[in-house]
Write a protein of this length. Structure first.
Length: 236
């Protein structure tokens, strides 16, 4: 078993190189509390740390992480609502002005959803139940991209599941009203870790588009993949 000393050493580096050198920041956060600019719903995946990817400071970003960065629809928000209670706190108490749902390439949760294997044990049932939030996305991908490479289907599902979560966010009355009044903005982001690019959903174009380029990769190789044909008709 690998030990956790590497993290303790990392914390020591944080103390010396960050905490001790930013007394004003931490004094203010301690005295005044947090006022994060945005809420990010991200995947648990250890390769997609929102703070690292956005180079944020403490206090900037309120983060909720779960398997496959899914937001359940309003109707399912009643029991053990870990994700939705955190979303409610960020929006209603902290009054964040942006919600970003950030998916990513090679998402294990989305791969499991696409495999669609019957769960064989308790823990698989737990995960399958959660991933069921995006079951209609899986069905749509299989219907609209039949016979495509698994890689292509998975990528489409990863991106379409982000839109599904944005759609589900709008089903919460206290989110929908804020969005319609212009007090809250929703964003869909996709981290393509293969080339180190961040893509944003462009609702006018109906596709995710690269917003940041890795300097070592030509723009040509990062041309965004179009989502399946009829997605444009769906919100957001
Ligand atoms: Zn993931």
């Amino acid at each position: 078993m690998r030990d956790v000393n590497i993290f303790l050493k990392g914390f020591r580096r944080f103390q010396h190189h960050y905490f001790d050198r930013n007394p004003e920041l931490f004094d203010r956060l301690f005295a005044e509390g947090q006022q994060p600019r945005a809420l990010m719903v991200a995947c648990c995946d250890s390769r997609c740390d929102p703070g690292v990817l956005t180079d944020s400071k403490p206090g900037d970003l309120f983060v909720v992480r779960n398997v496959a960065n899914l937001v359940p629809p309003y109707i399912h928000a009643t029991s053990y609502a870990g994700t939705t209670s955190a979303i409610a706190f960020a929006i209603c108490n902290l009054k964040v002005e942006h919600v970003i749902v950030m998916g990513h390439a090679r998402c294990g949760g989305i791969r499991a959803l696409m495999e669609n294997r019957p769960p064989a044990c308790d823990e698989e049932r737990l995960i399958a139940k959660w991933l069921g939030i995006a079951e209609d996305v899986r069905q749509r991908v299989m219907k609209e991209l039949p016979g495509k490479l698994q890689e292509v289907q998975a990528r489409a599902c990863e991106q379409a599941a982000i839109l599904k979560s944005l759609e589900n966010l709008m089903s919460y009355p206290w989110i929908g009203s804020r969005v319609n009044e212009g007090r809250l903005a929703l964003h869909g982001w996709y981290f393509d870790m293969e080339c180190g690019a961040l893509m944003q959903y462009d609702s006018d174009a109906g596709e995710f588009r690269v917003t940041e380029l890795h300097p070592d990769h030509p723009e040509e190789s990062l041309r965004p993949q179009r989502l399946f044909e009829n997605w444009e008709s769906s919100p957001p």
